[in-house]
Design a protein around this ligand. Sequence first.
Ligand code: GDP
Length: 750
Amino acid sequence: MLKFALAGNPNSGKTTLFNGLTGSTAHVGNWPGVTVDKKEGVYKKGAEPVAIMDLPGIYSLSPYTPEEVIARNYILDEKPDCVINIIDATNLERNLYLTTQIMEIDVPVIIALNMMDAVEKRGDSIDATELEKRLGLPVVKISALKGQGLDKLMERAFETCKKPRVGVTVIEDTALKHFIGDVKIALEGQGVQNPMFHAVKLAELDELEVLMHKDTVNMVEAFKKTHKDEIFGDDFEALVADARYKYITKYFSPALKRRNKEKFVVTPSDKADKILTHRIWGIPIFLVVLFTIFHFTFSENLFFLGGLLPEGWVSLEGTAFEGVFGDGGINSIGVMLMNLVEVGTTALSDLVASLLSSSPEWVTGLICDGVLGGIFAILGFLPQILVLFLFFSILEDSGYMARIAFILDRALRKFGLSGRAFLPMIMGFGCSVPAMINTRTLADEKEKLATVRVIPFFSCGAKLPILTAVSGAIVMHFGVGNVDFITYGMYLLGIITALIAVILMRETTLKGDTPPFIMELPAYHAPQVKNLIMLLWDKAKHFIEKAFTIILASTILIWVISHFSFDWKYLTDEQMESSILAGVGQLIQPLFTPLGFGSQLKAFGWVFAVAAITGLIAKENVVSTLGTLAACIVTGALVDVELDGGVGAVAIMIKETGITLPALLSFIAFNMTTIPCFAAVAAAKGEMPKKSTFKWTLAFWIATSYVVSSAVYLVGTAFWTVFIYLAVAVVAFFAIRFYNKKRLEKGKIK
Ligand code: GDP
């Protein structure tokens, strides 16, 4: 089968074109050894099917990011039959920079001049024939968004791939050109393929080339030495880049005819940016947007209309849908979907339970509570997570997220991160798994690692039940505070922990410069429904695949060990105290003594230890474990532990175990800052360069949760300890500063 590769700048419309060409045949995977998406598909509308490979979006073929290396090696080594270079026609000059590099490789190339609809809408025009003549490459105007010109593009690509092509360079600077010519002849003599491309890169002293062509490097070095001051100066890379841009401005730019040649055109996008990226209003506007998104996803009182509605208006009392659309207030779309899923899953559970009514008790228990309970717990969260994804994808696709990263870059820089780290962190509020995967956009390994490590501190959706249940029980039992206040306080604690952790890491183990944040702000686009649906489907699949296996297995395990004794006898709920789980719980209980919920608790105190441990598998387990165990401890309790979101369960636990208020806060803090869940651990592992880094990350999470929650407990119990913590923090801070300074000085002396 013929093989075409799609290459182009980020945001040039590559994904849109790829989807347009391959439809549903696309297959997403990873490039070997790195966490960069690899997409393949088949174009079937032509005379013969063609495999289309979507290369990562890049600005150049230099070796600075994994994306660049992948794209470059693919074209050089895999030798596609044709490279389709997609260009954003509204940004002709910048996009052609990559073209001038691809042209140097001995491969058929065709230019897809994309976004022509946008160019025409502006009243500009591009002379494709002129461009084609100048480039010596076929140029086809398309609009990937509107699906225009795609067949024509593929037709010409078919013709193009039949004719072999020899690489040419646009570098005109005579001395430089001659020198590159010499290097090329030398390489040809050695039988090197793609001599033009390698000659230019070698002249730039590109890292990869220097390693590959050790003999020829001497030639470059010698040349550099002789000509150093006369013409070239020292930085050949800049020189080559300059030569490329000169050529582009001189010959290619005239192909673009602007309607308003002289006047600077203010596009609607520019106007929107005046407000949305405003120095003062930018951030408040963003906060409002964020709040709205969370409101639409999680709120049970949409637009705060609850008080105004006639009683029972939305609750549909007495029907199968009681409470689905609201109870008092109107539910947000996320909560409605969640409730609908719940109606379905409850009906299914009931059905299965009635089918199993004549089987032994343990079979019913295992299947209904263990297996179905596990699957449905996950399904229940899926709607809200998908709704959150949908909103974030809209923000991302429309170009707004790029602006936010840009606004926040200055603030984040103080903590040693660039604006790019912001999106994954904010996504962490939804779910750590996609957030960690999203760190792939961070090119700098150290920045990426620091970001992956703090993502769990941005409390995810699954931790919300822990926050609301425990703080609800605190208010109920101790009669202090306010649920919202405690919940927000805990969110804040997570964010502060994240910021402190980032500063510490960037000052110590992950020292390094914060990479510059250069980013072209793309014009605002209306998001494409088709793209969004495909994205959501992808994420849903990923979520189900990764989390299903782990959570399903863990619920079955918890069920089994809480219903069997060490000598493998089946136990009823009431006999839980003799279960394997209780035994293990008592064994690990002392580990949590410094945190306030360990050995100091009375009977049944082990349940908090068990809940914390099951939470390491998935945070959904925490409240469900407390609920199950509470129901068993208080036999025949009238409190329905499930209905009030676990508040009743925690209240029972408080009464039975005598746990204190600071210890409860410490319990929340522990859950918020420790190992997030197995799915996130797996995702984090996928983003780590080395095994040892992964181990250190696990250790980091455990240590942080220990320090943070013991601090919460101690400060809550004995207020004066605040000063000890402060003193330790100040001493540590200055010690690190001092150490770094010393190291720097040493380095300088050498
Ligand atoms: P990628 O980063 O190169 O994969 O680019 P995408 O395919 O995600 O496209 C970036 C943005 O450009 C999206 O918002 C698209 O809707 C938009 N876009 C893509 N092709 C066209 C086009 O032909 N015309 C217009 N007006 N917008 C386009």
